[in-house]
Design a protein around this ligand. Structure first.
Ligand SMILES: NC(=O)c1ccc[n+]([C@@H]2O[C@H](COP(=O)([O-])OP(=O)(O)OC[C@H]3O[C@@H](n4cnc5c(N)ncnc54)[C@H](OP(=O)(O)O)[C@@H]3O)[C@@H](O)[C@H]2O)c1
Length: 248
């Protein structure tokens, strides 16, 4: 009983930490969009679930895409409008090479090293932001997750009380840092916070905004729908400078 109480206190304390450290609505800043047409985009994370969907859809929509990949063998995909840059997001020179000449960057960066204290998400994103500011690439759309900042609790009880506190605390802590770095940048940024991701076929984002998700039930969304929503944020200014939740 005492152990259970301790675990609940821990889960609640972590939630408070993720809420305080993450972005809240007050972080909304006003950004004047440049209005420049976007044709060339860099996608980070194309060998991952969301990234693959982003890549296929971006090419279908006529974008000229550069992909930063650690292992090009993982990308068994060729297209006349696709350029692959081999490199790690933690290596600034590789990131700079990929960012130079782009109109926008989309990131679906993630990893599975949940139990290691890493700063892959935040340090990788720091490199991207620095390269974008250096080369005057203005628009940045980045995937993070529901469950941080003012979306704490919105992944449902199972995630809030079990998965995030016991499997993902280090990962989510790094995500709060990642979001703060983005918000502190001078770019035209949109943070997209999805619910639990699935590989289902696209059915359309059901709900988007600051107050999506459920405090009780696990909410989900297909990676394909997240990808569609992220691509829309390249040309849509309504969520500029905010973190927007998306779910079915
Ligand atoms: N899973 C969920 O239910 C869920 C829910 C909400 C939000 N999210 C978030 O959504 C994002 C995407 O998740 P996902 O499951 O679709 O993608 P994922 O399968 O985790 O793919 C992550 C991508 O990031 C790349 N990456 C990792 N470290 C890198 C590095 N150092 N340099 C360059 N690239 C690197 C991976 O490349 P490699 O192939 O080389 O590893 C991969 O392409 C993640 O941030 C995740 O936390 C996930």
């Amino acid at each position: 009983m005492r152990l259970l109480l301790l675990l609940i206190v821990y889960a609640i304390s972590l939630a408070i930490g993720l809420w305080r450290r993450g972005l809240t609505s007050v972080a909304k800043i006003s950004i004047a969009p440049t209005g420049r047409p976007l044709t060339r985009i860099l996608i980070i994370g194309v060998t991952g679930g969301t990234g693959r969907q982003l890549l296929v859809r971006a090419l279908e929509q006529g974008y000229v895409v550069t992909a930063l990949v650690r292992d090009p063998r993982k990308l068994s995909f060729e297209h006349p409008h696709l350029t692959v840059v081999h490199g790690d997001v933690l290596d600034y020179s590789a990131v700079e090479k990929a960012v130079r000449g782009q109109d926008a960057v989309i990131s679906a960066l993630g990893h599975k090293r949940f139990f290691v204290l890493t700063r892959i998400l935040s340090e990788g994103t720091r490199n991207v932001l620095r390269a974008m500011e250096t080369h005057n690439v203005r628009r940045f759309v980045c995937e993070t997750s529901l469950g941080i900042g003012d979306s704490v609790g919105r992944m449902g009880l199972y995630y809030s009380l079990l998965v995030i506190p016991f499997i993902l605390p280090l990962y989510f802590w790094d995500k709060t840092r990642q979001e703060r770095l983005i918000a502190a940048s001078k770019l035209e940024w949109v943070i997209v916070r999805p619910a639990v991701l699935t590989n289902a076929v696209a059915r359309g984002v059901g709900r988007h905004g600051r107050k999506v998700g459920s405090f009780l039930w696990t909410v989900r969304i297909a990676r394909a729908d997240v990808a569609d929503f992220m691509l829309k944020q390249l040309v849509n200014d309504s969520y500029l400078g905010t973190a927007v939740g998306v779910c079915r």
